[in-house]
Unconditional design. Structure first.
Length: 365
C-alpha cells in the first residue's frame, strides 16, 4: 500500500471557527517548534497532535459514501500559521493526473482538499487542494459553492489582461511618438547649435564691421590723396573732370547721409575709371598753353602711352613729354597726317588701321 503525504500551509485566520464543526471535531495543538514544509511529520509536535483517520465520506463518485481508503489528518498551529498534515493511502498501481498546471481541474486525480469555513456560515470558504503529483489549487468559495474564487479571479485576470494589453498598446504608441520626438529634438538641437554658431559668427562679423567702418574714412582719404597725386603726375588730359570727381568724393566724407561704405564704393569707382583710361584711345577738342598763349587743338590720347595735340589747321603737332612736363613740337611732315588720321579713327570717322605714332620709348634701367 502506497501513502501520499501532503503538508498544507495557510494563514491563521480564525481557528476557533474551525473547531465549531458539528460533524467532525479535531483538536489542534499549539507549537513553538519550527515546522519544515517537506511533507514529512517527523517534528515532535506532529507526534503529539490529535489525528482523524477513519471519519471521511467520499463525494465522488458516490456522495456520502464511506471512504474506501485510509486517510490521516493532523492539525497544529503557532502564532502565525495553521499547519495541516494529510496522509492518504491507495491500493491502485497508478494514479491519474489530468493536468500539471496550477489551479487546473483535478477531476480524475487523487487529491486532498481542505476547506476552511472561517465565517461558520456553511456558505463561504477558503479552498486548498493538492494532488498526489503536487499540483496545487486554491480558490474562494462563495454563495454556497455557486461561484468560486477561481471563476471570479479568472474574470479579474481576463479583465486585467485586457487592460494590460490596452495599456501595452498605448505604451507602444506613446513610445513610437517618444522615439519620433527624440529624433526630432536631436535634429532641433543640431539646428539650434548651428544657429548659435552662425549667431556667434555674425556677432563677430558685426564687431569686425564696426572696426572696419571706423577705418574706412581714413583709408578713403589716403586713397583720394594718392589718386590726386597720381593725376598730377599723369598726362594732363581731362583734368577738370578727374580732379572734380576727387573733390566730390572728398566732400562726401564729411556728410552724415553718406555712409562709409558708399564713400568707399565711390573711391573704388574713381580707381576703375582711371584704370579704363589706359585701355583705349580718345579724341576731343581742348585748349593748351604754348609759349604763354592758349591754342585750340584736337587732342588725341592713346591710353597712357601717348598724348598728342594738333592745331585745328594741322599746321603744328605736339606731343606731351611727361618727363619734362611740357609739349614738344613734332616735325611737320613726320606725324601731321598720321595724327590727323588717328583723330578720325578715335572719333569713329575712319576705319581702324596700323599707324606710326609718336610714342616715347621706354628707358632702360
Amino acid at each position: 500500500m502506497r501513502a501520499l503525504t501532503i503538508l498544507f500551509l495557510v494563514f491563521f485566520y480564525s481557528f476557533q471557527n474551525l473547531l465549531s464543526q458539528e460533524k467532525y471535531n479535531i483538536s489542534a495543538s499549539y507549537t513553538e517548534e519550527t515546522i519544515t514544509l517537506d511533507g514529512i511529520d517527523n517534528e515532535v509536535s506532529w507526534g503529539k497532535a490529535s489525528m482523524i483517520s477513519d471519519e471521511f465520506n467520499g463525494i465522488i463518485p458516490i456522495p456520502e459514501n464511506k471512504g474506501s481508503q485510509k486517510n490521516e489528518i493532523k492539525i497544529i498551529y503557532d502564532n502565525k500559521f495553521l499547519y495541516v498534515f494529510a496522509k492518504a493511502y491507495t491500493t491502485a498501481d497508478k494514479v491519474g493526473e489530468p493536468s500539471l498546471k496550477r489551479d487546473a481541474t483535478t477531476r480524475g486525480a487523487d487529491a486532498i482538499l481542505v476547506m476552511f469555513d472561517t465565517y461558520s456560515d456553511a456558505t463561504n470558504a477558503f479552498w486548498f487542494e493538492s494532488t498526489s503529483s503536487g499540483v496545487k489549487k486554491d480558490a474562494l468559495i462563495s454563495n454556497g459553492g455557486q461561484s468560486s474564487g477561481n471563476d471570479i479571479d479568472q474574470a479579474k485576470i481576463d479583465e486585467l489582461t485586457d487592460q494590460t494589453q490596452d495599456l501595452l498598446t498605448q505604451y507602444k504608441q506613446v513610445m513610437k511618438v517618444v522615439d519620433g520626438l527624440r529624433v526630432y529634438n536631436a535634429r532641433l538641437e543640431r539646428q539650434i547649435a548651428n544657429q548659435k554658431r552662425r549667431i556667434s559668427d555674425i556677432d563677430q562679423s558685426i564687431s569686425d564691421a564696426a572696426i572696419i567702418q571706423r577705418q574706412i574714412p581714413p583709408l578713403v582719404a589716403r586713397m583720394l590723396d594718392g589718386l590726386e597725386q597720381f593725376i598730377d603726375l599723369d598726362m594732363p588730359f581731362d583734368l577738370d573732370t578727374r580732379k572734380g570727381n576727387i573733390e566730390a568724393v572728398r566732400a562726401n566724407l564729411d556728410r552724415s547721409d553718406v555712409t562709409a561704405a558708399e564713400a568707399f564704393r565711390q573711391i573704388l569707382e574713381l580707381y576703375s575709371i582711371e584704370l579704363q583710361y589706359g585701355r583705349g584711345i580718345e579724341a576731343y577738342s581742348d585748349t593748351i598753353a604754348v609759349d604763354g598763349s592758349d591754342r585750340e587743338v584736337d587732342m588725341l590720347r592713346i591710353g597712357r602711352v601717348a598724348l598728342v595735340a594738333q592745331t585745328t589747321d594741322g599746321a603744328e603737332t605736339r606731343a606731351w613729354n611727361n618727363d619734362s612736363r611740357s609739349w614738344e613740337v613734332l616735325s611737320s611732315g613726320e606725324y601731321s597726317a598720321t595724327v590727323r588720321k588717328a583723330v578720325r579713327i578715335a572719333k569713329k570717322q575712319a576705319t581702324i588701321e596700323l599707324l606710326n605714332m609718336p610714342i616715347a620709348a621706354p628707358e632702360a634701367n
